[in-house]
Design a binder for this molecule. Structure first.
Ligand code: SAM
Length: 284
């Protein structure tokens, strides 16, 4: 059976009209209408026949179709119940697609995906980009890589190096767990309706073990959060938000070999790790 390509303006318009769907801004519904971008995402994920893919927010099935054509076994989680009937029609010809109705922040992904290893591919709803990506990574699910469309600004933050305005807690968290790379930029006119921001496709390959070794991961992330909580403050002051006394902070920074007059945005992952370990080692 030959399926028409959904990633086209006129096909998308036709489907929306036929099912009388008005796109919801609240749910971040900006559907892809550019076949080249769908193919670019599929090839960035290096999909091989029979691989399992979790897709978040299939919409009317645009990217799902690209993944299914590449031979992936797709589990697609969609929150908007109005789209379930549409997906039945648009993806009806693909036996390798299963649509799950639910909120990606609530579904039991391990149970739904049931695979020893899987990839995550999505044109994400931008209003919950970070909770989705960090939630999936932090659950330590057997994810090989994530290839996702995100706001350009968020992509830049994910891959940022120390020292720039884009570098923050998100950069450290993403880079701690993954090797992240921007694959390509995507202009607003690749979507219907066009979003008010530029977009980019980012690929995050999960590391076998985190980028830096730490004694206590919770402490590491507490330090990171505190260091960026007040970007303009020096570490001496910013780390006080952890509820730790100033003299103890000074001692930990000294033991870690990090100058307390520096700002969090200048610190490499290794330096955050050294501070966190020094805090753990401190007596009392
Ligand atoms: N994949 C389609 C495409 O590329 O054209 C649609 C992408 S659109 C940017 C985001 C999709 O995520 C929408 O279909 C929206 O309904 C869905 N969505 C929004 N919030 C969601 C959530 N919490 N869980 C699952 N899907 C969600």
């Amino acid at each position: 059976m030959i399926q028409p390509v959904i990633a086209k303006r006129d096909v998308t318009k036709h489907i929306l009209k036929r099912f009388d769907i008005r796109m919801s801004k609240k749910l971040g519904q900006n559907f892809l209408i550019d076949e080249g971008i769908v193919n670019g995402i599929v090839s960035a994920a290096n999909i091989k026949e029979g691989e399992t893919v979790l897709e978040i927010g299939p919409g009317i099935g645009t990217l799902t179709q690209g993944l299914a054509e590449a031979g992936a076994k797709v589990v697609a989680v969609e929150l908007d119940s109005r789209l379930l009937e549409v997906l039945k029609q648009t993806l009806g010809g693909y036996e390798n697609v299963r649509v799950v109705h639910g909120d990606i922040l609530k579904v039991d992904v391990a149970k739904e995906v049931e695979s020893e290893k899987f990839k995550v591919v999505a044109n994400l709803p931008y209003y919950i980009t970070t909770p989705i990506i960090m939630g999936l990574i932090e659950q330590r699910l057997p994810i090989e890589l994530l290839v996702t469309m995100v706001q350009k600004e968020v992509a830049l933050r994910m891959v940022a190096s120390p020292g720039g305005k884009d570098y923050g807690a998100l950069s450290v968290s993403v880079q701690y767990f993954t090797k992240a790379e921007i694959m390509f930029d995507v202009p607003p006119n690749s979507f219907m309706p066009p979003p008010g921001v530029d977009s980019a496709v980012i690929r995050c390959i999960l590391r076998d073990k985190p980028a830096v070794e730490v004694m206590d991961e919770k402490m590491f992330f507490r330090v990171v959060k505190a260091a960026f909580s007040q970007r303009r403050k020096t570490l001496n002051n910013a780390l006080k938000t952890m509820g730790i006394a100033g003299d103890k902070i000074a001692l930990a920074l000294e033991a870690a070999g990090v100058d307390g007059m520096r700002r969090g945005e200048t610190l490499a992952l290794e330096e955050f790790a050294a501070i966190a370990d020094a805090m753990v080692k401190q007596p009392g």
